[in-house]
Design a protein around this ligand. Structure first.
Ligand SMILES: CC(C)(COP(=O)(O)OP(=O)(O)OC[C@H]1O[C@@H](n2cnc3c(N)ncnc32)[C@H](O)[C@@H]1OP(=O)(O)O)[C@@H](O)C(=O)NCCC(=O)NCCS
Length: 238
């Protein structure tokens, strides 16, 4: 089976400074940042976009601000919102943030989707599991299984670019105690490689998953985005 390589960069938001990383962003991203009122939203957006730029720059040997990021909505065709992509580069990307963590997935293989969720202990799993699974699908039991299932499904819809405009119940994945795989998603006419991401024991209260629209076995490489950002904001990439 073909091996699909994918870098997954992880950044801890409590270890970066919004103003510092804003210097890695493009002018339109800085403008968007200024429009966000909530400090947490600003930090997550700045963290995700700066990590994306830093990770691409590291690979390509270019300045983070020189990278062109655009977006396009697969639902309505707008270029004002929708799945972001890298212009002028044969590389696919996806960003996810939750609470204190940001993940950026980068691969040359095919469109990619990543999701991360901090497990919220107040989640009433029994009540809301029905929103993400259909009755004949394995029902997640407990927080760990619920968030694992959620992340697997959201990674798939993010890889396709439809996001949660499609109910997650339409995406069927394997039981949470089995190896991650897509069972069915009738709207998608492409192979999907899916896996859980092990974020290490330091982040045991998060769940994360990765989906790539390709046939093969996924081999994500977890990389330290916090160190990368620190190095860059201390002075250049060269
Ligand atoms: C994409 C989506 C699933 C993200 O959900 P979330 O749990 O709030 O946020 P996450 O942290 O997982 O992901 C956010 C990132 O996903 C990316 N993203 C945005 N839209 C996306 C899409 N359609 N597909 C894939 N990724 C998308 C962005 O990079 C975003 O971060 P950024 O704006 O800071 O760069 C959700 O916002 C969504 O479904 N949006 C699409 C809705 C839609 O298509 N509506 C129809 C409009 S016509």
């Amino acid at each position: 089976m073909r091996r699909i390589d994918c870098d997954v960069w992880m950044l801890r938001l409590d270890e970066i400074d919004e103003e510092q990383v804003a210097g890695l962003l493009a002018p339109e991203e800085q403008r968007h940042l200024r429009r966000l009122r909530n400090r947490g939203d600003r930090l997550r957006h700045a963290g995700g976009r700066s990590l994306l730029r830093a990770a691409v720059a590291e690979r390509a040997g270019v300045e983070p601000t020189s990278i062109h990021v655009a977006c396009r909505c697969v639902m309505c065709g707008s270029t004002e919102h929708g799945k972001p992509y890298l212009e002028e580069r044969d590389e696919y990307m996806s960003i996810a943030h939750s609470s204190n963590l940001v993940l950026v997935a980068l691969t040359e293989a095919a469109p990619v989707g990543v999701d991360v969720e901090k497990r919220d202990s107040s989640t009433e799993v029994d009540l809301i599991a029905g929103y993400i699974v259909v009755p004949d699908e394995p029902t997640p039991v407990g927080l760990t299984e619920f968030y694992r299932t959620w992340c697997r499904k959201e990674a798939v819809v993010k890889a396709c670019g439809v996001g949660i405009s499609i109910p997650l119940r339409e995406v069927r994945v394997t039981a949470p105690n089995q190896e991650a795989a897509l069972v069915s998603f009738p709207k998608l006419n492409a192979p999907v490689a899916l896996c859980d991401i092990d974020l290490s024991t330091a982040h045991a209260d998060y769940a994360a998953a990765l989906a790539v629209l390709a046939d093969g076995s996924l081999a994500p490489r977890l990389r330290d985005g916090t160190s990368l950002i620190r190095t860059l904001t201390r002075g250049g990439i060269s």
